[in-house]
Design a protein around this ligand. Structure first.
Ligand SMILES: O=P(O)(O)O[C@H]1O[C@H](CO)[C@@H](O)[C@H]1O
Ligand SMILES: O=c1cc[nH]c(=O)[nH]1
Length: 234
């Protein structure tokens, strides 16, 4: 047992999907996994273990924002020996050609979080995806004909921003989208020497204001979840 995950050590697989939303974890477990066991309900942050195509995998909600995600990823790695982590999240696009419902593979993540800066005050620590997972996920997505983009994202501490000026400036420098967890997942994975990747579905467009309906989000999530699961077991 760890403080925030109420499971015996062997209850979590060494490969884990990480949605921010615990109810997305439930959806993934119910729709995509077989022989599912609920291993965590502490704080309502559901964690499930099951099998996908015969391989044991887990799916664990992380909550919203980097402090919360850091807690779950740290406990998964330190207390449950997890070796591969793939975030399955949502994001807001800041590029005209990155459309709602497209998939973004976060090759790297800039961040406003002070967590990394506090550890490395004199350096800009590069928060990057594991190359093997990144490459595999790109191949899976392309093979299935999904609309996929690879590049930088911003992991922001703030969802409701007073101004989008800095966000759009990052867009002018090629950053694809904004979300709230990828950077810290990459940082914790680097710290403990495990593999991590963040996939996001574009749920909102920050230039056009377009948003997805519940049904559209559901269908698009499925594409991202399939890419993540097929990457995780390969
Ligand atoms: O859909 P999830 O995975 O939670 O990701 C995004 O959605 C939340 C904000 O609505 C933040 O956690 C952000 O990163
Ligand atoms: O615009 C968005 C959409 C999802 N998640 C975010 O952090 N921002």
């Amino acid at each position: 047992m760890s403080i925030h995950i109420g499971a015996e050590k062997g209850a979590v697989a060494d490969k884990v999907l990480l949605p921010g939303d615990p109810l997305r974890a439930k959806y993934i477990a119910e729709k995509f996994l077989e022989d599912v066991v609920l291993y965590n309900e502490v704080r309502g942050m559901y964690g499930f273990t099951g099998t996908y195509k015969g391989e044991r995998v887990s799916v664990q909600g992380t909550g919203m924002g980097m402090p919360s995600a850091a807690i779950y990823v740290t406990e998964l790695v330190k207390d449950y020996d997890v070796k591969k982590l793939i975030r399955v999240g949502t994001c807001g696009s800041i590029q005209k050609d990155v459309h709602v419902r497209d998939i973004v593979l976060a090759q790297a993540a800039a961040t406003t979080s002070a967590i990394v800066r506090n550890d490395f005050p004199k350096h800009d620590f590069p928060q990057i995806a594991n190359f093997d997972l990144l490459m595999k996920s790109y191949m899976v997505a392309k093979d299935k004909g999904f609309n996929v983009h690879v590049g930088n994202v911003l992991s922001d501490d703030v969802f409701y921003k007073d101004s989008l000026d800095d966000i759009f400036k990052l867009g002018e420098h090629g950053v694809l989208a904004v979300e709230m967890e990828a950077a810290i997942i990459y940082y914790v994975a680097a710290k403990y020497g495990v593999q991590a990747l963040s996939l996001m579905t574009v749920s909102d467009h920050m230039i056009t204001g377009e948003e997805t309906t519940s049904e559209e989000r559901q269908e698009t999530f499925d594409e991202m979840i399939i890419v993540a699961l097929d990457t995780l077991i390969n």
